[in-house]
Write a protein that binds this ligand. Structure first.
Ligand code: Q46
Ligand code: ZN
Ligand code: ZN
Length: 315
C-alpha cells in the first residue's frame, strides 16, 4: 500500500480515517492533528506553562515529545510509586522517563512516594486494604494528589496526561454500564481548574487510537517501558478494551464515534434538567396520530411509506 501523500510505501493504514501514510508523513500528520485538537478544544497556548505527567510509557512520552517539537514550554513529572516487587516496574519506568528527558534536555521533577509517605503503594494497599483489593484505588488517589499539588505549587497553568482514545472509551464504557452519572459528568478532555484548588487538566491525545500513539513513539525511536504495571493484570478496563476492539474490527471508527457522540450529547444537555424539555417536545404524527418528535410523520409511518413506495416502484 502506498502513502496517500507521496510514492513511498505506507507504514500505517488507519481504516477508521481511510488514510495510509509513510513514516515521514505519519509523523507530520500526528503532530498536525495534536495541534488541531489543542486548538479545537481550547486546551492551552504557547504562553502557558505546562506540566505533563509521565509514566515512562508510550503515550506520555509521545505527548511530551510532540509538544516539545510544537514549541510549547512543557516540563515533566514522574511519580515513583515504588512498585518493584518481582518486576522492578517503577524503577525501569523511571529510568525511561529520565533517559528521555536527558536526551531532549527537558526538565523532569520526580516525586518519590516512599520518601514522601514512608511506604510504597503496594505496601500501603496491604496496610489499609489488607490485600482484599488491588492497590489501584490508593495508587490513583496518590497520583492525582501529587499531579495537582506539584502543578499548583510550582505555578503551572495546565496539567496534561497522555490518555488516548482507547483509555477514554474504556472508562466511558465502564461508567455507562454502571450509569455512574457523577463520573460521566466529569469525564471530559478538558477539566477546568477551580478556585478551591484544582489545576486545569487536559488530555490532548484523547482522539488518537492507541495504535496511533504507539506508531508515533515507534517511528520517532522513543524508548519506553513496554510492560504494564503488574497490578493492571485482570483490570476491568483491559477487558473493556478487548471487547471494544472486537466491535471496532467489525465497524472501524466505532470507538471514536462512541466517544465523540457522548461529548456531543453532554454538550446538548443530556445530563442537565433542561434535557427533559426535549422529551416533552412531542406532537401527534400527521398520518397516524401516534406521538412523535419528528416534524411531520412518525418513524413508523415514514418507514412503512418507504417500504410501500419501493415495492410499488418494483412492479
Ligand atoms: S493504578 Fe493500578 Fe495503574 Fe497504579 S497500581 Fe499499577 S495498575 S499503576 S494505571
Ligand atoms: Zn509519504
Ligand atoms: Zn490533604
Amino acid at each position: 500500500m502506498k502513502c496517500r501523500k507521496c510514492t513511498r510505501s505506507a507504514v500505517i493504514n488507519m481504516r477508521q480515517h481511510k488514510l495510509a501514510l509513510c513514516s515521514e508523513h505519519y509523523i507530520e500528520w500526528f503532530t498536525f492533528q495534536t495541534q488541531r485538537f489543542i486548538q479545537e478544544y481550547q486546551m492551552f497556548d504557547l504562553n502557558n506553562r505546562l506540566l505533563v505527567a509521565v509514566s515512562g510509557g508510550k503515550d506520555s512520552l509521545a505527548l511530551w515529545d510532540v509538544l516539545h517539537h510544537l514549541g510549547y514550554q512543557v516540563d515533566g513529572l514522574y511519580i515513583n510509586l515504588g512498585i518493584n516487587h518481582k518486576t522492578s516496574y517503577s524503577l525501569l519506568s523511571m529510568q525511561k522517563a529520565q533517559t528521555f528527558a536527558h536526551a531532549q534536555n527537558l526538565d523532569l521533577s520526580i516525586v518519590d512516594v516512599v520518601k514522601e509517605e514512608g511506604a510504597a503503594i503496594p505496601e500501603a494497599a496491604n496496610l489499609t486494604l489488607r490485600g482484599r483489593t488491588k492497590p489501584c484505588s490508593i495508587c490513583g488517589i496518590t497520583k492525582r494528589y501529587f499531579m495537582n499539588r506539584i502543578g499548583l505549587d510550582h505555578g503551572y497553568d495546565v496539567l496534561l496526561t497522555g490518555h488516548n482514545l482507547d483509555d477514554e472509551v474504556a472508562v466511558l464504557f465502564g461508567n455507562t454500564l454502571n450509569w455512574q452519572s457523577g463520573y460521566l459528568l466529569r469525564q471530559s478532555p478538558v477539566l477546568e481548574g477551580s478556585a478551591e484548588g484544582f489545576i486545569r487538566k487536559v488530555k490532548p491525545f484523547f482522539r488518537f487510537y492507541e495504535r496511533e500513539t504507539a506508531a508515533y513513539t515507534f517511528l520517532r525511536g522513543i524508548d519506553y517501558i513496554q510492560d504494564e504495571c503488574p497490578h493492571a493484570i485482570g483490570a476491568k478496563t483491559i477487558y473493556y478494551k478487548e471487547v471494544l476492539n472486537q466491535l471496532e474490527t467489525k465497524r472501524p471508527g466505532l470507538k471514536l464515534n462512541f466517544y465523540l457522540s457522548f461529548l456531543k450529547a453532554k454538550a446538548e444537555g443530556l445530563f442537565s434538567p433542561e434535557a427533559h424539555i426535549k422529551i416533552g417536545d412531542l406532537h401527534p404524527c400527521e398520518n397516524c396520530g401516534q406521538p412523535t418528535t419528528a416534524p411531520q410523520f412518525c418513524t413508523y409511518c415514514r418507514m412503512w411509506e418507504q417500504v410501500r413506495s419501493t415495492k410499488s416502484s418494483l412492479v
